[in-house]
Design a protein. Structure first.
Length: 460
């Protein structure tokens, strides 16, 4: 009987271990909540002092503390670690605040992030500066980019779109007020279109003018036509649309100048240098220009096309240099974007503050996107595997960078969102000739009622 019980206990233990291993691979979030979280918390609490000592994050105690230890105990006075706050569990990991000792800085903790990760058995450790003398450790229990689940609470708002998930389990928010223009690079099937789809549908519910240039005959942006105020599907239409956008920008500057040229003695709060300082009743709606496959605007075959290309590039550079104050923002997408495209390409790229690099086919493409702002991010971009579409490296001119991944959004759902929000498109008379044609939606027959019959006129 005892032997049978022993076999049953061993079998149950093996089954539990196997189930935990399967859950860790197939359902990492559930595994973390049930197994990983308690184990990591126990490791952290038990080994906190010794881990900090091994990482070189301890300092000599103050003179008064040393005297108190010697007076009350006979043990050796040892270095003290940073003061630890409460451990706050999350659905993806842990959060912990540390009060740094005098002489320490956040960079000291950031250097030891990899050691802390191994010591506490988590997927990654990220350090964030909260205020002088206080840092927050964000421990991520599993690879959140393998299966993207956006946080329930995100910091959205006007011209702020939570478009992807960062590797530290926080939302990557595309903020046009902070980063006016952006360059998005990626090879075929890298997830570039999915990023654009999430971004466009996020803006669709806001009072924003959406304009598209898609030189692939509109195959990428045509499904969003109900929400677009203008759409150009070839270089010829783009050459006609861009001067209209430049004229719209100039008109907005005239409106700002009219507000600036008011009588002396006017309060300072009524003087502005951009549209956001205008009264809400006078403020024009912000405009976002999406350009898919920007290289198609640069490629030429004849001298006439070269002249048209030069004009378009000049207009794009003007929009990038002057558009922010007028509330005009650029989202430029392509597979490659460098000096080989022709005159003006490098100058235009320099105006695009935000950079998003998906999987690319060569290192030179990654350098085009990130090499001039964050050289160390180039290696991370080159390491993106083809099995993870939507994974990208994002950076800006501050030099910071991180990995993100866009959640999956079907084209059907994105198109439905644009149809439902078509009434939110602001009216811009200058763009009316470029508004895309939207065919009427056919009525859907009720299930089980057969085909919809055409009504006949009633005889009098």
């Amino acid at each position: 009987m005892t032997d049978l019980m022993t076999v049953a206990e061993v079998g149950g233990a093996l089954a539990a271990i196997g189930g935990a291993a399967y859950a860790r691979h197939a359902h990492p979030a559930a595994y973390w909540s049930t197994v990983g979280l308690p184990v990591s918390v126990a490791r952290l609490l038990i080994s906190y002092s010794s881990t900090m000592d091994a990482c070189g994050l301890t300092v000599e105690p103050s003179r008064w503390r040393a005297l108190a230890v010697r007076a009350t105990t006979r043990r050796e006075v040892r270095p003290v670690p940073p003061r630890r706050g409460l451990v706050r569990p999350t659905s993806t990991g842990l959060r912990l605040r540390l009060r740094l000792a005098p002489g320490q800085e956040p960079a000291d903790v950031a250097v030891s992030a990899e050691r802390l990760r191994h010591a506490w058995g988590v997927h990654a450790v990220y350090v964030r500066d909260i205020k002088p003398g206080v840092v927050e450790l964000r421990l991520v229990g599993f690879d959140v980019l393998r299966k993207v689940r956006m946080p329930r609470r995100t910091e959205g708002g006007h011209l702020r779109v939570p478009v992807a998930l960062r590797e530290d389990a926080t939302a990557f928010v595309r903020d046009y007020r902070a980063v006016p223009h952006e360059l998005v690079l990626g090879a075929t099937l890298s997830g570039k279109s999915m990023y654009l789809r999430n971004l466009l549908t996020g803006l669709a519910s806001q009072p924003v003018v959406l304009v598209g240039i898609d030189c692939k005959r509109g195959v990428e942006l045509a499904p969003f036509a109900p929400r677009l105020s203008a759409l150009a599907t070839d270089p010829e239409q783009a050459a006609e649309l861009l001067p209209v956008l430049v004229k719209e920008m100039e008109n907005r500057y005239d409106l700002i100048k009219a507000r600036q040229g008011i009588a002396p003695g006017t309060p300072d709060e009524l003087i502005t240098s951009d549209i956001w300082g205008l009264p809400e009743s006078e403020r024009p709606a912000p405009l976002v220009l999406f350009i898919d496959e920007v290289a198609e605007l640069f490629l030429v075959a004849t001298r006439k096309e070269e002249e048209r290309r030069d004009e378009m590039v000049t207009q794009l550079i003007r929009l990038a240099q002057l558009g922010r104050a007028a509330g005009i923002y650029l989202e430029v997408c392509g597979q490659r974007f460098g000096a080989e495209l022709g005159k003006g390409a490098t100058m235009l790229r320099a105006q695009l503050t935000g950079r998003v690099c998906h999987r690319v086919n060569d290192e030179a493409s990654a350098k085009m996107a990130l090499g001039d702002i964050a050289p160390e991010a180039v290696f991370a971009a080159c390491a993106i595997a083809s099995e993870l579409p939507g994974l990208a490296v994002v950076g800006d001119t501050s030099g910071g960078w991180s990995r993100i991944r866009t959640p999956y959004l079907s084209l059907t759902d994105a198109a439905a969102t644009c149809r439902e929000t078509a009434h939110l498109a602001p009216d811009v008379p200058a763009l009316a000739p470029f508004r895309p044609y939207v065919p009427p939606v056919a009525p859907v027959p009720v299930q089980g009622s057969g085909p919809v019959a055409t009504p006949r006129p009633v005889a009098e």
